[in-house]
Design a binder for this molecule. Structure first.
Ligand code: AGP
Length: 609
């Protein structure tokens, strides 16, 4: 969703801000803007649409100055428009603010500020922050103090970066439930809502904690706690490379990230089998505590939720612990049965999904232990969970999750094996064997990626459809849900997923000549049942695309297109079978002329409810 950048240093601010905003484009946005401070004045430029348009406008306006802030906005309060684009300013135009999150009490604050004579020019919640800071600054002309006083009035979530015409070279930042990272580069200090916007300047960053403030100047950064006292920062070293932000010869990030998956599998498994025993030390629970777990909830949204569906099969199958998978937005509003022996596993690529975070807080309040599975070091999910497993996907840029999904599935598979180990449901040699086979999936995914001709052929056959059905049973059902989501989010082709046995209870009515049915028909205990479902579909004229196991010649009798994948044990089929579905969705999207990396209306991190 929205993105924040800020720079104060010895060189021109605008190019740094524009480059930072470009790096944040992947998050999804509808407008963008910058404010730059110079000679006791602030100058602002806002544009609807892409950062490229803003960059041209900034060049035309010759925005000079070495201190500024910038923003990409994904509309929540107030439609996408130039007037609603950030930065927003105080009445006198001497304070400018960029904001991520939602100020929940903005209506009440706005009424109060208007009664005091403040004039508003946008429909946003953010603008109240500019006016609150203006009012506080009039009382105490110190930007840190003014921001601190203003945020004490604000309810909701905020990452804020603020500049004032009266404080040359200073940027004040703070946050609550919305990420802010800060770093000092060779040419000055930078702030951003995502480390990707500043990693080319420094790899040593401070991930701010809720309530903290910081004042950036060209040569130093001062940190304050919520009480306004100076504190020492905690520095985090980022060990991934900036080339994650480049396409590396691939036409889009999505394809590049799909091809990174063998590496993700290997990195996620590295160091996990120590002397033949599984080890996930980050979980921070003793074997005795783990052994007491008698119920598991996996909570997540979207693709991460689908990784949870796969985990349910594994945890119940291996560890024999009842496992529920719930979308976080529902979990947080019900009254789930939670006891001190309940384990809640929160899965989130970004680590900042608002619904997942709220569900974590709720679960912890009710006494559950919470494990986070996330891709982002220091993210709110990581910080607010009792233990965390980091998926080793590295930064994911394409809005549609691929490599982080696989990282989640592999991490959840490890968790399933670990629970089986501590519960004594599997022998050590069985665990070792499964671990080895799990590791082999990296090479199997490589083999799928090495020949995509059958996938491209199936994509051609599907590209003009208006709807598609994904079906499977058991693991295949869980994989189908993710396949359908991938297709709809990037190609805008309507797709639904069904447990294949449910077809005859409704969705079969959709089938007609040429209707694409994409089936997970890999070798599994329910293979024959899936074949029956394919026959039912074929009899109604459907065009069948089957993802099947190499060597299965029988499937050709039932399917119009067959995508073969290497033979794996059913419990690992989600890892291999998901890959052709990712590639299929991408090929269809490309054939339909869609922007694969930045689908319309979607944001990479959904930081609002
Ligand atoms: C994935 O392709 C989607 N863009 C989306 O469903 C995503 O998985 C969901 O918003 C959850 O995000 P998270 O993993 O960062 O919490």
């Amino acid at each position: 969703m929205c993105g924040i950048v800020g720079f104060t240093g010895s060189t021109a601010a605008s190019p740094v801000l524009i480059e930072g905003l470009r790096r944040l484009e992947y998050r999804g946005y509808d407008s963008a803007g910058v404010a730059v401070q110079r000679n006791g004045q602030l100058r602002l430029v806002h544009r609807m649409g892409k950062v490229a348009g803003l960059a041209e406008a900034v060049e035309q306006e010759q925005l000079e100055g070495t201190c500024g802030i910038g923003h990409t906005r994904w509309a929540t309060h107030g439609r996408p428009s130039t007037a609603n684009a950030h930065p927003h300013t105080s009445c006198d135009g001497r304070i400018a603010v960029v904001h991520n999150g939602i100020i929940e009490n903005y209506v009440e604050l706005k009424e109060e500020l208007e009664a005091d004579g403040h004039r508003f020019t946008s429909q946003t919640d953010t603008e109240v922050a500019a006016h609150l800071i203006e009012a506080a600054y009039a009382q105490t002309p110190d930007l840190v103090e003014a921001v601190r006083a203003a945020t004490q009035r604000m309810a909701g979530a905020y990452g804020l970066a603020v500049i004032s015409a009266d404080e040359p070279g200073a940027i004040v930042v703070t946050r609550k439930d919305s990420p802010i990272v800060i770093g000092m580069g060779p040419d000055g200090a930078r702030v951003a809502s995502d480390v990707i916007a500043l990693i080319d300047a420094t790899r040593d960053v401070t991930v701010m904690a809720d309530g903290e403030l910081a004042k950036l100047s060209p040569t130093e950064i001062t940190y304050y706690n919520a009480a306004g006292q100076v504190v020492d920062p905690k520095i985090t070293h980022i060990d991934w490379d900036i080339d994650v932000a480049e396409k590396g010869g691939y036409p889009d990030f999505m394809l590049k990230e799909i091809h990174e998956q063998p590496r993700v599998i290997r990195d996620t498994l590295a160091g996990r089998l120590v002397d033949g025993t599984l080890a996930i030390d980050e979980l921070d629970l003793s074997v005795e505590e783990l052994n007491l777990i008698d119920r598991v909830y996996v909570i997540a949204c979207g693709t991460s939720y689908h990784a949870g569906l796969i985990a349910k099969n594994l945890i119940e199958g291996w560890a024999r612990i009842p496992t529920e998978v719930e979308v976080a937005s529902e979990f947080r509003y019900r009254n789930p049965i939670i006891t001190p022996t309940t384990l809640v596993v929160a899965v989130s690529q970004s680590g900042e999904t608002a619904d997942t975070l709220a569900a974590i807080r709720d679960a912890r309040c009710k006494g559950a232990k919470v494990f986070g599975i996330t891709n982002v070091i220091g993210s709110p999910v990581a910080r607010e969970s009792d233990g965390v497993i980091y998926t080793k996907a590295n930064k994911e840029i394409a809005v549609a999750s691929t490599k982080s999904f696989l990282g989640q599935v592999v991490s959840l598979t490890l968790l399933g094996l670990l629970l089986a180990q501590v519960k004594g449901k599997m022998r050590t040699n069985q665990i070792r064997l499964l671990f080895r086979e799990l590791a082999d999936t990296a090479a199997q995914v490589e083999s799928i990626l090495s020949d995509v001709s059958a996938i491209d052929e199936a994509a051609l056959a599907c590209k003009d459809a208006s709807s598609a059905l994904f079906i499977g049973r058991g693991m295949g059902a869980a994989i189908s849900y993710e396949g359908a989501l991938k297709l709809k989010e990037i190609s805008y082709l309507h797709a639904e997923a069904y447990a294949a046995g449910e077809m005859k209870h409704g969705p079969i009515a959709l089938l007609c000549d040429g209707f694409p049915v994409i089936a997970i028909a890999t070798q599994s205990p329910v293979y024959d049942k899936v074949i029956s479902n394919l026959q039912e579909s074929k009899a109604r004229g459907a065009m069948i695309v089957a993802v099947a196991t190499e060597g299965d010649e029988e499937i050709r009798k039932h399917a119009d297109h067959v995508i073969y994948i290497p033979k794996v044990r059913d419990c690992f089929s989600a890892i291999t079978a998901s890959v052709p579905l990712q590639l299929l969705a991408r090929s269809i999207a490309v054939l339909r002329g869609c922007n694969v990396d930045q689908p319309r209306n979607l944001a990479k991190s959904v930081t609002v409810e």
